[in-house]
Write a protein that binds this ligand. Sequence first.
Ligand code: SF4
Length: 368
Amino acid sequence: MTTRYDADRDEYRAALAEIGAPRYRLDQIWDALYRQRAPLEDASSAPKALRARLAHRFPLALTELARAEGDAGMTVKWLWGAGEGAEVETVLMRSPTRATVCVSSQAGCAMGCTFCATGQAGFERHLDRGEIVEQVLRAQHAAAQPVGNVVFMGMGEPLANYDATWTAVERLHRDLGLSARRITISTVGIVPGMRRLARERLPVTLAVSLHAPDDTLRDTIVPVNRRYPLTEVLDAAAELAAARGRRVTFEYACIAGVNDAPAQAVALAHLLRPLGALGAHVNLIPLNATTGYPGRPTDRRRLQVFASVLRERGVNTTVRRTRGGDIDAACGQLRNRHASPAAPGGSALPPPAPSPSATMAPWTTFAG
Ligand code: SF4
């Protein structure tokens, strides 16, 4: 069955014709869903009975299983049931004037990054376009601020689910009117996907998760590095930067005693040097500790030292603050907690006890 945000205009047109609705209803419904970004049930320009029939014809894909709020309500995280037993997470980050949504592209993830709660739990299935777009709109329905940024930094590796990711990007751009530059796709370095992205018409932003300055270490943190080693990832990043005329962003989760030594900052700066005139931007983010990985986040002082070493070598660097630490906001954590027998099921979760550590979630990069 085609779901509400997977269906395209032709499918709505056909459904409305079946119902016997006049043609102008199509524009009203489409406008309400995507320009006004309202729930179908609230599309008051169309008769209530018509809305009800359309809602039945095009059901929602996601069922809310849990919701948690943090940062005084400015950060909201959902756990959705996505059918076939799959569960996915979405995070809404609000500022006074705008909102960012971090979406999942897969239920689970096959990449197996050792520090990541989603990677630790394994892969379930790909999400389809409708499930990705619906995450953005369901978050928008909960936010007074317009969603201006969407980041593919939730569960899953978006470039391992390329077609659904890209068709979702096209819908977000064309139908919701989001600027392509404000749509960020984060990858651990799926080189064929990066090269394909470089040839796309829409200039979305790419963020590459590095987490290590050399292959030996990266092999142990990001296993896909054995398939796509750093030189190949950086070649593909350079190709994309050249195609876009913009530098690429690199994410680096700082893990105490693992990848945060000043010498490793020197090695990272050296690694990024071939990116040339366009250069690179590095986001340093303290690791989010998970129960399945013994690593701890780098402390603030050491983060600043690491950043200074990079900057002294000409690498544009930002130390990111994090949001949502009180709601298991990093990818995979809410799902794991929901799955735990200790967690109450099927309802909003109370905030867990404060973690002794800072959180790192890839999406925090874009916290306002
Ligand atoms: S960090 Fe991203 S790519 Fe790696 S396992 Fe987690 S979700 Fe997958």
